[in-house]
Ligand binder design. Structure first.
Ligand code: FEO
Ligand code: CA
Ligand code: CA
Length: 626
């Protein structure tokens, strides 16, 4: 999901990034760090002044796809794409076929949900490393009733039956898929297939579980809880579970925050009320009747896809915010390090370090690893240092006189705690993921139209930032639990012909991108970037790829275009890097059910456009990108 409000006025106004000062900051930092050898490659120039492409040998030799914007999905020449599963497609052999005129709760509960976002592929058999059979776990981030129901109703105007469909279209789907020849299939008879919805029983775990503040109409003990929604991105753990981030969870509630016992929390969270119909039909989402229900969402949730009866676990160790997703890295000492971003303007990047260590031969032990450990938040210094500031009750300002009575309070009031520690306010952190080849962490910062010139810093160097940037950080000695990291800018996105950007100087007119959101790494450590918002810069959203080191660093090249109105989510490779899964979210957004801008992927007058998962392979086989 993208936030229209944050972007208003952001584009096309050349709002005055002071590029000279950006460059000076980089130069002085580079000089300090003694890395001046990289300089000439990293500074972007307008096209008409660009030096010739470096033409160094590259592991990404695909022929770049032109920029553009139309009603169809497109991938680079020599690649084929297959629509694997669409909103409404049956997950089970006895599930009804999709009928847009006769949707029901019963059918939606057995069909693929709406607005696919994160995709995780876990091989079958479990732990096998297979690239032709596995489970696909897919987030259904949110719904758009204008595009789902005849008559294009507003989100808060749905009747009870429509609301039940709307609720059931959220959550996640687990599906078994297999490849025969070069075609993938959904295996409807698989015992693994499962829908997880806002009503699925779950548990709170970790320091906040059982907090008085989590006791609600539905949860007498503050431990039992129900459902997940607003699921944006996520990650796959080394033990084959899925982490899913609950992001825009605030819009589901109705009422007022005035006088609510959590008023301070909700105001800091930026609660936006009354956008959905759920509270009209269920008091669970009515703040007047159930004032603390919002505290049950905004977490990272761990799901075991290999056990269809498993109870998903909300991992409060990661704190409560608008989590984009979460990705783990096994540190050299066996502790697990998780990175997560809070996706809102001026919010933060967080790091979790587990107390206990990962045990490759003891999956049962790993299933409780995310219950105890230390959370910290990032402060980026202009000189290239990054400090991780511990979010620990009793330390520094996180004390009772500031309103924190326990570690549970620190995790529940995470944004307030991070404010008090002086963390760096970022340009909307989206995916934060560790490159498995070089061990560096990459954060997608999607945009921040509200940043003023006075609020810029080296990590967020542009005012009225409509295009976003990608930042890279790493521990110098390879220890991801270290208190101090180093950081660098990989790229400043946007159209180099129109504004100050930062790419490899050899970038082509098709290579620039806008609003990086999700990412994936192939087996060579190349970065694959999915965007959300490039249409505002005049081009379709899609996927771009680049190397992150060597002479072609930050030479981004377009690989995929989404249909009009859609954003691109969920990039994920099979272990052999020969299959690339991606999610087309909200195709034709901004149109209506009756008159959409495109009817992708069915192109059938009787069908609305449908969010769908696409799998891309190389014609004749081979590594994606080669
Ligand atoms: Fe759901 Fe952070 O985009
Ligand atoms: Ca998005
Ligand atoms: Ca996202």
């Amino acid at each position: 999901m993208h936030d229209e409000h944050d972007l208003q006025g952001a584009l096309g106004d050349n709002a005055g990034p002071v590029f000279q000062s950006i460059l000076e900051r980089r130069l002085s930092r580079r000089t300090l760090l003694g890395e001046s050898g990289m300089l000439g490659l990293a500074v972007a120039l307008p096209f008409n002044a660009a030096v010739q492409a470096a033409a160094a040998p590259s592991t990404l030799s695909f022929r770049e796809l032109p920029q553009g914007l139309d009603g169809d999905f497109a991938v680079a020449e020599g690649y084929r794409h297959q629509v694997l599963i669409r909103w409404g497609d049956p997950l089970f052999a006895d599930a009804p076929a999709f009928d847009p005129a006769r949707q029901s709760l019963d059918s939606q509960l057995r069909q693929f949900g709406y607005n696919n976002d994160f995709i995780g592929f876990v091989p079958l058999p479990q732990g096998s490393g297979s690239s032709d059979r596995g489970l696909l776990v897919v987030n259904h981030e949110y719904t758009d009733p204008r595009m789902m129901f005849p008559g294009s109703p507003a989100g808060n105007a749905l009747n009870r039956a429509q609301t039940d469909v709307d609720i059931a279209a959220h959550g996640l789907s687990v599906i078994e898929i297999g490849k025969s020849g070069d075609t993938w299939q959904v295996l409807q008879d698989s015992a693994y297939n499962r829908r997880i919805t806002p009503n699925t029983e779950m548990r709170m775990t970790g320091p906040a579980a059982g907090s008085e503040r989590l006791k609600t109409l539905l949860s007498a003990d503050g431990v039992r809880t129900y459902g997940t929604y607003g699921n944006c991105a996520g990650g796959v753990t080394p033990w084959g579970t899925i982490l899913t981030g609950e992001e825009n969870v605030d819009g589901y509630f109705s009422g007022t925050v005035d006088g609510n016992p959590e008023e301070e929390n909700y105001r800091r969270f930026g609660m936006g009320l009354g956008r959905k119909s759920w509270a009209n039909h269920y008091e669970r989402w009515d703040l007047a009747k159930n004032p603390r229900e919002p505290l049950h969402v905004g977490w990272i949730v761990e799901i075991d896809p290999f056990d269809p009866n498993s109870v998903p676990m909300k991992r409060t160790v990661f704190g409560r915010c608008k989590h984009e997703g979460c990705n783990l890295h096994v540190n050299g000492d066996g502790r697990v390090v998780g990175y997560t971003g809070d996706d809102a303007v001026f919010e933060y990047i967080y790091r979790f370090v587990s107390r206990d260590t990962y045990q490759p031969d003891n999956r049962a032990a790993n299933l409780t690893l995310l219950e105890a450990g230390e959370l910290s938040v990032a402060r980026f210094h202009d000189d290239g240092r990054l400090n991780w500031l511990p979010l620990l009750f009793g330390q520094g300002p996180l004390t009772p006189d500031r309103g924190f009575k326990s570690q549970a309070d620190v995790l529940l009031d995470l944004r307030k705690a991070a404010d008090l520690l002086g963390a760096t306010r970022m340009d909307r952190p989206e995916d934060v993921d560790v490159n498995p080849v070089n061990g560096r962490v990459y954060a997608m910062l999607t945009n921040n139209a509200r940043r003023t010139a006075q609020q810029t810093d080296a990590a967020n160097p542009r005012a009225a930032n409509g295009n976003g940037q990608i930042i890279e950080f790493w521990p110098e000695d390879g220890d991801h639990t270290a208190a101090v990291f180093r950081w660098d800018m990989l790229l400043l996105a946007g159209n180099p012909a129109k504004e100050e950007t930062l790419y490899h100087p050899g970038i082509s007119a098709n290579g620039w991108l806008s609003c990086p959101d999700n990412c994936a790494f192939d087996q060579l450590g190349n970065l694959w970037i999915a965007t959300d918002g490039a249409e505002r810069a005049g081009i379709a959203d899609g996927v771009w790829a680049c190397e992150v080191a060597g002479p072609n660093r930050a030479l981004t090249r377009r690989f995929i275009r989404t249909p009009v109105g859609a954003e691109m989510c969920g990039p994920f490779f099979t272990p052999d890097s020969q299959n690339f899964f991606c999610a087309v979210q909200h195709p034709a957004e901004g149109g209506s059910f009756e008159q959409p801008q495109t009817r992708w992927p069915d192109f059938d007058a009787a069908m609305p456009p449908r969010p769908a998962v696409v799998v891309v392979t190389k014609a004749g086989g081979g590594r994606i990108g080669s």
